[in-house]
Design a protein around this ligand. Structure first.
Ligand code: TXA
Ligand code: MG
Length: 342
């Protein structure tokens, strides 16, 4: 499928205009958002959305998030909107929160992948907003990686995965958040957190004034045949080529374990400033006490491990509350759920 010439343009006025034109013609464009880069196409155009699935190699049963630039677009994507959705929108939009509701009839079937629900968010990144306005429609956009690879947080990573597959990538610099949006479903009896992100479970509960359930698949591997609330959670994800294992315990236990298991090709995925105390090559993903920094660095650290030829990776374990829950959730998938408790 490497027949297209992929242009990489600065996300300036000219680049945004070009993106708008291509999107209106039913093409797919790589765009920056505050979370990760996305592969965008019109949510209302099934043929355009199909091209996203082809470019990513994404399983057909995994639905896409629609991105809107203002609330007037909301009803193009979803219907029967409850008060709680407006409460969340008021508190967190524009920003890294995705809300699942019942789907509208206008949104393309391909976006919903056979479900009767649709997911929507209003990104805060000025380039994402400008591109949606230029296209004039909600944009379906999954993360701009090949299915199964770590999500891209810089334009170069998008080009690495998408060269020859899409006509245009807009370069808007490094994504601030670094992990994908928080996904919350409001279609059941109780709000359910399907994917943790920068907006935390605790923040959602405070605004909604009720408990939010954590979907089982956030922290546990689904058993064969078990149905995921969010189809994306059943796939192996965010994985570098190396075998990653999370080591749960304090730093001195971690160091002893790594010392005992060190050989050629072993790398540490550690917290910043720990590298000087470890016996093998290290890639850091932020300071131990800085979860937002860890979220920001994790995916580029995973790509860096591949670039350095890591075969086996021992990862330091983040906390499991607040933003750290998002970091832990992504790392668990990168590690195919291999965790050793020290
Ligand atoms: O931050 C983000 O959300 C990024 C940027 C580009 O906006 N997008 C993103 O999209 O992460 P994607 O496709 O990589 O992840 C969407 C996740 C998947 O796990 C999918 O299964 C789930 O959201 N999802 C989407 N619509 C859903 C629905 N109607 N019901 C349940 N899960 C849904
Ligand atoms: Mg993704």
């Amino acid at each position: 499928m490497n027949d297209l010439k992929t242009q990489l343009l600065q996300a300036d006025k000219n680049g945004i205009e070009k993106a708008g034109q291509l999107l209106k013609q039913g093409e797919v464009v790589g765009i920056p958002t505050e979370t990760v880069y996305g592969l965008a196409a019109s949510s209302l155009d099934g043929r355009a959305v199909k091209k996203i699935f082809e470019a990513k190699g994404r399983p057909q049963d995994n639905p896409l998030i629609s991105h809107i630039s203002d609330l007037s677009m909301l009803e193009l994507v979803v219907r029967d909107i409850p008060q709680s959705a407006y409460q969340l929108a008021n508190a967190f939009w524009p920003g890294p929160l995705t809300i699942i509701l019942h789907r509208s009839s206008q949104v393309a079937d391909e976006v919903c992948a056979g479900l009767d629900t649709a997911s929507v968010r209003m990104p805060s990144h000025p380039v994402a907003q400008a591109v949606i306005r230029a296209a004039g429609v909600p944009l379906a956009a999954p993360s701009a990686n090949l299915s199964g690879s770590p999500s891209p947080t810089i334009a170069k990573d998008v080009l690495e995965d998408m060269d020859g597959r899409i006509p245009l990538i807009l370069d808007g610099g490094t994504c601030q958040v670094g992990v994908e949006s928080t996904v919350v479903s409001l279609v059941g009896e109780q709000p359910m957190l399907l994917r943790p992100g920068y907006i935390t479970k605790e923040q959602l509960e405070e605004v909604l004034g009720c408990q939010v359930r954590l979907a089982d698949a956030v922290l546990h591997q689904l058993k064969a045949g078990e149905k995921a609330a969010s189809p994306g959670m059943k796939y192996k994800h965010y994985a570098p080529k190396a075998d990653v294992t999370i080591l749960k315990g304090d730093f001195s236990a971690y160091r002893s374990y790594v010392e005992a298991h060190y050989e050629e090709g072993v790398f540490c995925l550690c917290f910043s400033d720990e590298e000087k105390l470890l016996p093998c090559p290290c890639v850091c993903y932020g300071h131990e006490t800085e979860p937002a920094e860890q979220a920001n660095r994790l995916f580029s650290a995973l790509r860096e491990l591949d670039a350095q030829g890591a075969r086996v990776v021992y990862a330091r374990c983040p906390r499991q509350d607040g933003i750290s829950l998002a970091v832990y959730n992504r790392l668990l998938r990168a590690a195919a759920f291999r965790v050793v408790t020290l």
